[in-house]
Design a protein around this ligand. Structure first.
Ligand code: 13P
Length: 254
């Protein structure tokens, strides 16, 4: 089993003081854990995280979005090369909140992933179905369509991405997918990656959606769940660390 990736998506939360306290607490608790750890703050705080975290490799930092353009007249946007200057290792692309509130389409998400890869940043590509899509039996079709766009745009580089399965109905609702429900979709995504690259087993497929200290272990024990993308529970150091401890135990048990 590969070392799990546990990434915190802080969404639009934080402050200079709160970030510092959270990051220090996480760093203190991380030692000895076998996990790949990252936090993704709002972009204005990337510079703060770079100062707090540079010179160590235990905790990486990432962005929550990136422009599909390289540079130019795109007010409010940030390019992948700009993010790179702030030392980011990951960038989340295609989060359902971006798809829902900013009308992001599959093709744009695919281009964002491409920009990230070109800049040496690992895109965490989010896919996931709504409750209505699941109820209509369309889960597989939806997540495959979302991932297919990214595969098509990125060719053999696809082995360098991270995929996050985030069922929309599980995000921020406290209604987590069961380990079996999540594993079923992860297996579908793994198969799709296998058809696209011989290196599919290198791709981490992480789960996101109300993952917390209590349910993390059961999810992370599934064979195709390679980690988690954590929202609410990443804002509290002790909860985030408990999830990472569960991930570390999986790595040590294998
Ligand atoms: P919650 O963990 O708050 O459900 O959020 C998940 C998520 O959207 C991570 O990107």
């Amino acid at each position: 089993m590969k070392t799990k990736l546990i990434a915190g998506n802080w969404k639009m939360n934080g402050s200079l003081a709160a970030n510092q306290a959270l990051v220090r607490g996480v760093m203190d608790g991380l030692s000895g854990l076998q996990v790949r750890a990252a936090v993704c703050p709002p972009a204005v705080y990337l510079s703060q995280l770079q100062s707090l975290l540079q010179g160590q490799t235990a905790l990486a930092w990432g962005a929550q979005d990136v422009s599909m353009h390289e540079q130019g007249a795109y007010t409010g946007e940030m390019s992948a090369s700009m993010l790179r200057e702030f030392g980011v290792r990951y960038v989340i692309v295609g989060h359902s909140e971006r798809r829902q509130y900013h009308a992001e389409q599959d093709a744009q998400v695919a281009m964002k992933a491409q920009r990230a890869l070109q800049a040496g940043i690992t895109p965490i590509v989010c896919v996931g179905e709504t409750l209505a899509e699941r109820a209509a039996g369309r889960t597989e079709e939806v997540v495959k369509r979302q991932l297919a766009a990214v595969i098509q745009a990125n060719g053999h580089c696809i082995s360098e991405i991270v995929v996050a399965y985030e069922p929309v109905w599980a995000i921020g609702t406290g209604q987590t997918a069961t380990p079996e429900q999540a594993q079923e979709v992860h297996a579908v995504l793994r198969k799709q990656l296998q058809a696209a690259t011989t290196q599919a087993d290198r791709v981490s497929i992480v789960y996101g959606g109300s993952m917390n200290a209590a349910n993390a272990a059961a999810l992370l024990q599934q064979p195709d769940i390679d980690g988690g993308l954590i929202g609410g529970a990443a804002l509290k150091g002790s909860d985030f660390l408990a999830i990472m401890a569960a991930a570390s135990q999986c790595a040590q048990a294998s």
